[in-house]
Design a protein around this ligand. Structure first.
Ligand code: PMP
Length: 458
């Protein structure tokens, strides 16, 4: 039973004392006042239960207040809260050894941070110092952080401020085979995997070449002949679960390396088994990055981030001193360590694969039934449902319509997310403990919300 502050008082404080931007993103017309969480469930202050398919943006990886992780946190809280990593203490070393074991050679040197933005900031700095070059390329529509430096990597106007950010940052066209100029239904109806390995007749698909052509145009027009880095998520997150055509990352990595740059995979959302088939999203592209950044699900919601790189890049970075007070905090490390153990014990990657594939398959059937579902894509539990005015135009479903379906889904007890540059994509990225029954519940609710919308408007 909830005995805390009244909703009215919370809203009053929110208006007066909180970052006003968070007013806009209370997300719902009628805000959700969360009280408690357990695994895939959240309860509001009135005792209503929600199935949480957004997980604080793919952050609650093994489940809200997972008993095992909570116990590990409590144990560490009684022993040692903090000391900086100028000292040697076991939680840091136990964790970094375990994390390193999940990554392929030569990705073995770990820097712990407190957020994803901080991790990407650090990765950008490392890339510049290591290569001696300055320019960085990202994909249009991507999100890589909100700090002044990472705001330059981010390519979504909603998160941009008119300040001097992004010196040396450039964007290339996002290889989106659904909404982009190249691609098509053959590309869209690909089997469920990290990349869009289209079913176009052998050798006939030119979408990837065209998008790579755009990258070559950036090389020819916007950057010096040698660059510092290329950043991309294996499957876009905030950008709306956009998947790239087969070989896009592989070809891009080659071109970037030819120009002296390093390749950075932002695994903030796709890491830790979320894509199901692999523990790291980049493994689904058959590439090995030079730097990998991670955060969100790393510690199931406890603030933490990490940069992992090669001994060679680490050696270049060691020419200066890098210090971070909270990076490698013992409590964060104990939690993150327990998260890795829990993932193995609970089989979360397998759940991502099984439940994710089921959801994608069923959602694809709904896409064929509803005129306003343009595209269903993603891999594992990193799923996007792109909503359109109609299938022929592929124009984004307007925000008011998105909001109506979104609100209705919430009122029926399921929390999902929104994304895409035009806010046109529903995002599903639940804690990786959901069951097939949960998936069925969501599918029934979502179907009802779409049905209600169509009844009212068509
Ligand atoms: N990279 C990606 C892919 C993200 O989705 C986010 C957060 N949405 C970030 C980086 C930034 O992480 P943080 O909010 O922890 O700074």
């Amino acid at each position: 039973e909830y005995k805390g502050m009244s909703k009215e008082r919370m809203m009053e404080i929110r208006r007066q004392n909180c970052n006003p931007m968070t007013m806009k993103v209370t997300y719902y017309k009628k805000p959700v006042y969360i009280h408690q969480g357990h695994m895939q469930w959240l309860w509001d202050v009135d005792g209503r239960r929600y199935l949480d398919l957004f997980a604080g943006v793919a952050t609650v990886s093994v489940g809200h207040c997972h008993p095992k992780v909570t116990a590990a946190a409590e144990k560490q809280l009684r022993k040692l809260w903090h000391t900086t990593n100028i000292y040697v203490y076991s939680p840091l070393h136990e964790y970094t050894e375990k994390l390193a074991a999940t990554l392929p050679d030569p990705l073995k040197v770990i820097y712990l941070t407190n957020s994803g933005s901080e991790a990407n900031d650090l990765a950008m700095l490392m890339a510049r110092l290591h290569t001696g070059n300055f320019d960085v390329i990202t994909l249009r529509g991507s999100y890589h952080g909100g700090s002044p430096h990472t705001m330059g990597l981010t390519s979504n106007a909603a998160y941009k401020y008119p300040v001097a950010s992004g010196l040396g940052c450039h964007n290339t066209m996002c290889p989106d085979v659904f909404a982009g100029p190249w691609g098509g239904s053959n590309c869209r109806d690909s089997p469920i995997q990290t990349i869009r390995d289209c079913s176009c007749p052998q050798g006939s698909c030119t979408a990837n070449d065209k998008y790579i052509g755009q990258l070559n145009e950036v090389f020819a027009t916007s950057v010096p002949s040698r660059i510092a880095a290329f950043f991309a998520e294996p499957i876009m997150g905030v950008g709306g679960a956009v998947q790239y055509p087969k070989n896009f990352l592989k070809d891009t990595y080659k071109l970037v390396r030819e120009r002296g740059g390093v390749c950075i995979a932002d695994e903030v959302q796709t890491g830790f088994g979320r894509t199901g088939s692999h523990f790291w999203g980049f493994q689904g592209h058959d590439v090995i990055p030079d730097i990998v950044t991670m955060a969100k699900g790393i510690a199931n919601g406890f603030p933490m981030g990490a940069v992992v790189t090669t001994p060679e890049i680490a050696a270049s970075f060691a020419k200066g001193v890098h210090f971070n007070t909270f990076g490698g905090n013992p409590v964060a490390c104990a939690i993150a360590s327990s998260v890795l153990d829990t993932m193995e014990e609970d089989g979360t990657q397998q759940i991502s694969h099984n439940v994710g594939t089921y959801l994608l398959t069923e959602l694809a059937k709904m896409r064929d039934k509803y005129e306003i579902i343009g595209d269903v894509r993603g891999k594992g539990l990193q799923i996007g449902v792109e909503m359109v005015k109609d299938k022929a135009s592929r124009k984004p479903l307007p925000p008011a319509a998105m909001s109506e379906i979104f609100e209705d889904t919430k009122d029926m007890g399921v929390l999902i997310g929104k994304g895409g540059v035009y806010g046109q994509t529903f995002r599903i990225k639940p804690p990786m403990c959901i069951t097939r029954d949960d998936a069925d519940f969501f599918l029934a609710v979502f179907n009802q919300a779409l049905h209600n919308y169509m009844e009212d408007h068509h």
